[in-house]
Ligand binder design. Structure first.
Ligand code: SF4
Length: 456
């Protein structure tokens, strides 16, 4: 069957592998990993496993770990080590490692840690029930970590409890090969889901009570559907052809962020939120070139100007790396000045750390840890001062807040504005899923506090 011509998403097979046994997935990493874990839970529930709240209750433990930052392999080994007693108590317990670390390390993981029963890569998630069945049937040291380069990217969004706001994958992988980044090696070549599949998923999620979707990919701006639609076309279709109330997207790449998308965002407000996460990584053009980012400082600033001109209320956040190999003090100061010039309300900043397979790991001029830490501290301090001033403008404003959750202990509701500001306010659970006018009484860099106003 030609699936794309039928406009159908392939359906997942159901079979009783679990016999009701407990499964626990331990997740480290980015939103992609969190989404993958949701997919694993859903697939395993369909195979009759029962999600449990702690490893002690599980007969199957899966570690889904990121390898973008930190020391991922050590983290996996130390976590598996914690399960030694559980495995001694219950020899039937199976332990699997997936995600980017599984993709990157493959059989190496089992060589060094014999308690691991199976390893699977980022393209093998849908084979998880089969692998688990093999593991419970006594097969040991299973590895499935081949990229399916030629297979189309046809996955339905599998979320157990989507809540008010949820993520929908639209692309996977990345072809950009930034010199610091391991993603092209752990997630493979970039692929996009057909536009019709994305719309179908969103319509189903709306039927389950979802009010807001975040379209998710490593580089959403290079999305290309099999029908030729680009990311701006997809955003327009989602805004105009579904009843979803709010649309967000992440992550954008500055080199692919274009006027067409800005025009679609402007034309479809308030459905498309006034928030953009646009990583710049370094404020210096020479460093950006050695990072292979595909834009200069000036070009990045031109994109920001284009966005702010069309959407004056837009709130911007970004990712930054300090201490990239060869970065001088003056070049680091260019990063500090770019943060001030753009006026980011939120930054996600990290010290450079060499990742396996990447070009930058072999660059000369690696910066020592003390200098990297010093630069990171100075960046956070400078940003914090600025952010405290920036957020004061919210005090006294009335924002439309989509209520997402209720904290029973504190009697507090929480929700987000179009600009992705997290707001806490008194109220009751009956308001979850509703968009309410909220007067902001106090603004801090990370959260706002407010009071719900009567609806006019
Ligand atoms: S765009 Fe660069 S940083 Fe982002 S996922 Fe691709 S290679 Fe990594």
């Amino acid at each position: 069957m030609d699936l794309s011509s039928e406009n159908l998403i392939p359906q997942v097979q159901h079979s009783d592998v679990g016999h009701g046994r407990g499964v626990y997935v331990s997740t480290y990493g980015c939103q992609m990993n969190v989404n993958d874990s949701e997919r694993m839970y859903s697939l395993l529930e369909m195979a009759n496993f029962t999600p449990v709240a702690s490893p002690e209750q599980a007969s199957l433990i899966i570690i889904n770990s990121c390898s973008v930052r930190e020391k991922p392999v050590h983290k996996v080994f130390s976590e598996v080590g914690k399960y030694r007693k559980l495995k001694q108590k219950n020899p039937e317990l199976k332990i699997g490692v997936g995600g980017c670390v599984g993709q990157q390390e493959k059989e190496n993981l089992m060589k060094d840690q014999p308690m691991i029963d199976f390893v699977f890569g980022t393209d093998a998630i849908d084979q998880l029930p089969t692998m688990v069945a093999q593991a419970f049937a006594g097969e040991h040291r299973l590895v499935k970590a081949q990229f399916q380069h030629r297979a189309p990217y046809h996955v339905e969004t599998l979320v157990r409890n989507p809540g008010v706001s949820t993520f929908v994958n639209i692309t996977k992988g990345c072809d950009n090969f930034c010199t610091f980044c391991v993603v092209p090696y752990t997630r493979g070549r970039e692929k996009s889901r057909p536009l019709k599949h994305v719309l179908q998923d969103i319509n189903e999620l709306i039927g389950r009570g979802v009010k807001e979707v975040t379209l998710l990919g490593q580089n959403v701006n290079s999305y290309t559907s099999d029908c030729g639609a680009d990311f701006a076309d997809l955003m327009e279709k989602v805004a105009q052809e579904t009843k979803i109330e709010r649309i967000r997207f992440t992550t954008s790449h500055p080199k692919d962020f274009n006027q067409k998308l800005v025009d679609v965002m402007y034309a479809n407000q308030p459905k498309i939120c006034e928030y953009i996460h646009l990583p710049f990584q370094s404020g210096n053009s020479r460093v950006l070139e050695t990072m292979n980012r595909g834009y200069s400082r000036e070009e990045y600033l031109q994109k920001i100007e284009m966005i702010k001109k069309a959407i004056p209320n837009v709130v911007l956040s970004t990712d930054i790396i300090v201490g990239f190999p060869g970065e001088t003090e003056e070049e680091f100061k260019d990063t500090l000045s770019l943060v001030q010039e753009v006026g980011f309300e939120t930054i996600f900043a990290f010290k450079y750390s060499p990742r396996p397979f990447t070009k930058a790991a072999r660059f000369e001029g690696q910066i020592d840890e003390v200098t990297k830490s010093d630069r990171l501290t100075r960046l956070f301090e400078a940003h914090d001062l600025m952010a405290r001033e920036l957020v004061k403008r919210y005090e006294g404003q009335t924002l439309e807040i989509l209520i997402e959750a209720f904290d029973e202990k504190r009697g507090n509701l929480s929700g987000r504005s179009s600009q992705n500001k997290l707001v806490y306010m008194p109220g009751d659970a009956s308001l979850i899923g509703k968009t309410m006018p909220v007067k902001i009484t106090k603004a801090f860099p990370a959260v706002l506090r407010g009071e719900i106003l009567p609806v006019q």
